[in-house]
Design a protein. Sequence first.
Lengths: 451, 355
Amino acid sequence: MTDFPMPSDASRKPSKSSLLVADARTRKRNAAEKRFRAYGAGAIAIAMLALVILLTTIIGGGAGAFRQTYLSIPVALDAEVLDPKGNRDPAEMSKVLTLSYGRVLDAAVVEAVKANGIEIDGLTPKDMSGLISKEASAQLRNRVLADPELLGQTVDVNVLVNGRVDGYFKGRVTMESAAADGNTSPEQLKLANVLKEGGMLVTRFNWDFVTNPDASDQRPEAAGVGVAILGSLYMMLVVLFLAVPIGVAASIYLEEFAPKNRWTDIIEVNISNLAAVPSIVFGILGLAAFINFAGLPQSAPIVGGLVLTLMTLPTIIISTRAALKAVPPSIRDAALGVGASKMQSVFHHVLPLAMPGILTGTIIGLAQALGETAPLLLIGMVAFVREFPGAPLEGLFDPATALPVQIYNWTQRADPAFIERASGAIIVLLVFLLCMNVLAVILRRRFERRW
Amino acid sequence: MPHAKLFLHRRQQVKTFGLTATAISVIALSASAAAARDQIQVAGSSTVLPYATIVAEAFGENTDYPTPVVESGGSSAGLKKFCEGVGENTIDIANSSRQIKESEIEACAAAGVDEIIEVRIGYDGIVFANASEGPEFAYTPADWFNALAAQIVVDGQIVENTNSNWNEVNPDLPEQEILAFVPGTKHGTREVFEEKVILAGCEESGAMEVFMAEMADEDAAETACMSLRTDGRSVDIDGDYTETLSRIESAANGIGVFGLSFYENNMDKLKVGTMSGVTPSTETIASGEYPVSRPLFFYVKKAHIGTIPGLEEYASFFVADELAGPDGPLAQYGLVSDPELAATQDAVANQETIQ
């Protein structure tokens, strides 16, 4: 009793202030709450600022990848160069390499410059021939091989221009940097300017970035994320079809049926532990188990999918168990009370109610798997792949890359134009994630039930 | 009605389990069949990677074979993968920016890879460059040795290297703090750098003799020459040249070690230093004037010729005059064409293996 303040204590007299005027303690409490709200708002503001900075840098850097500069010029298909035997036999003609077609295209630029009366001081043949992307020769070759009768004629082509010239129109390359650069020159850029004014050179939207496969270091302008999108998609399918059923079944058993004993405790600890294991460890496991032991092919989405499945399982199991736990026991009791079996109560009542939570966990797991690069490094998916994988299920065994891998890959290339491609690929990856999340929200809405 | 609902649930259940069963059976099936591979698998040196991708792309475009899959990861990693064994789930070709070592040939043989075709595709220069706004450098190998070796010789005595500025190393060099970004040990470029620059500098400066007198063993003396200082002046870069470039962009006084082709693609950002008075270029490397160059190779598993379609054709396509010749796309990208390319072409045609 001694340390309890006595009401008779003069300093502790209850204040006589009215309800309308807040006393000191109330003001203090209110101020504390206000401060706390301000901290919260500040945290959100910092997070939003970071997001805005991230998005603006990525979109600023990557939007260029979706626009590309094209040149349309007439090309005289010299029959003597492209069909030296002169018999128009596609089998014979296929011996002529793309390099010869490149020379035909180069000659066409020189011809076009002459025909349009363009005169630029110091313009060398190298500047003119370097204008067209090396990708164009392959396009032209395929076109001619498909229709040998085109030989000897002059055809109009619409082809990509070199990455440096394209970069000039996007502001990446300037006259000053071109002067120091061995791969372009201010004269070449001036020529490009003139051609642009003449309407022969157009910068337009570039779907090819989404559909094209990767390209070598010499033609960044032609590189795309087509193979990477397919590879990522295939891996996500494998993860979806393996990790979700296995993960959900495991959690239902552990949560609803398994006896609580030492064994289930050990399993539980291990699952939580596995969720924190670095992903590269799963890559090593995948290399040893799936490639070296099971003999699955290298660089294949099936192996990537299996590795990512192992990586995602703990996440899915933990979140599914949490979702199952969140279903009120009264639901189970009511079902059992009206005579349902344990299995009926779980599958007809508990599982549908836990569905939104399970979906959230699954999508988080999938999103994590989608962004993973490290385990793929060891199973050969960090590679230069130009062939599109076939349709599933066989296509799962064809080589492919994945979106994060493609981004990583492009940031290592020597040509600075690939940095723009990498940012573009990040945009594609973000859109991919956004689609997955939207799907999750829609599904969640449909399954959502309140009690 | 509840019955109908119940029934529906059970059907969904069966469907889910059915799908799982299908997926598992597919994996089991594939593991036993291991679908025949029809594209070539390549791995190895990140220096050779751009050349290999250029050739792979052209190979896919010009032939009916699918485009080979090319992985990076470094010469040693590539050769290690190459030596894992024979079979469709092992790689067919290893790219390397140095010659295969005796120990690696033995490791290969132990795993059943006893027939290896060595193909030299050309030469690559190693250049030393700083940020384009930095000063001009004219190095000699001895400067690099005195700047980066862990132990150097001063007045005939072996001392710990305490040089902190380039003009302490050589009064003719600009006044700039020593900070070098050198390739990490998993890169083939590192060995060439050690041998052709550091070791050469060690011999040139006369330090080698002192080390020899001290250790009475050539190997030990060479090792002592080539061990780089670990006080932060010499930074190992385990990633690619892009990482070296970004390090230089953020540390203005840094000097990086690059491949010639990388420098040629980033000339606007880098200023190259001369070595013993010679500016690196494809011409000076081809003529042998520029001292720091090395051959690039790829190694073909002969046992896979015939089982992997197009392997033989890819090897001969790579060294064809149209590609690896002086006017080909590889030379355009920065490869110094091999003067003895014809001999290499013959060797590939005859499938000559390493003895």
